[in-house]
Design a binder for this molecule. Structure first.
Ligand code: URA
Ligand code: SF4
Length: 200
């Protein structure tokens, strides 16, 4: 069965009980850049598409500033079903859902994975440190590059400096895609994704 079809009927965690739609992902299968958010919000749950609300508008704007369109990218979330009331996804829910993300990364095969906020960043980088510490640089990750940045919702709530930091991080995405930054390398055994089991 197709991965998206599996997700559409998934009941592997409790979020299945309260969702309207599974929000699997959206964008180009040829995307060189993939965004990973936290989880669907209300609008996303109703439409079945990621980042269609205010946070999505800001994401579109940040993309246009580096000359990309949303349709050039692939966008998904750590959990594919909306946590009720927009609460944080729980560790058991993230664990139940992570094989879908792993499969999406393998299938889309992006050059750059941009993790939006703490949940995606901690999951991929196996990090305890928060996004404020981790953002601002590129990380070697399974022959790809992970670039962590703030969640767009944080920029909407927060100060202008959060937005400015996101603009810096998006410039790094652009530079990495343009090949102006050498792709980092790392031995497979040391790779966080191996230890996490994210790739089997
Ligand atoms: N916030 C997220 O983390 N994901 C979405 O899809 C929308 C808002
Ligand atoms: Fe399945 Fe993920 Fe939805 Fe939980 S959040 S029911 S694991 S698709």
């Amino acid at each position: 069965m197709l991965l998206a079809e599996q997700a559409a009927t998934c009941t592997a965690c409790g979020l299945a009980e309260t969702r309207t739609n599974v929000v699997f992902g959206d964008g180009s299968v040829r995307a060189q850049v993939m965004f990973v958010g936290e989880g669907p919000g209300r609008n996303e749950d109703l439409q079945g598409l990621p980042f269609v609300g205010a946070a999505g508008q800001l994401l579109n704007r940040l993309l246009s500033e580096i000359g990309l369109q949303r349709s050039d990218t692939y966008i998904t979330n750590v959990v594919k079903c909306r946590p009720p009331g927009n609460r944080d996804p729980r560790p058991d829910e993230i664990t139940a859902c992570k094989d879908f993300l792993s499969g999406q990364i393998r299938l889309i095969d992006p050059v750059v994975v941009v993790t939006l906020g703490n949940f995606a960043t901690k999951l991929l980088l196996r990090e305890e440190r928060g996004i404020t510490r981790l953002r601002g640089r590129a990380y070697p990750w399974w022959n790809r590059t992970v670039i962590p940045t703030f969640h767009p919702a944080a920029a909407l709530r927060g100060s202008a400096s959060v937005l400015a930091s996101m603009q810096e991080d998006f410039a790094l995405v652009k530079a990495t895609l343009d090949g102006r930054v050498e792709p980092p390398s790392e031995s497979e055994a040391e790779h966080p994704a191996v230890q996490l089991g994210l790739f089997g």
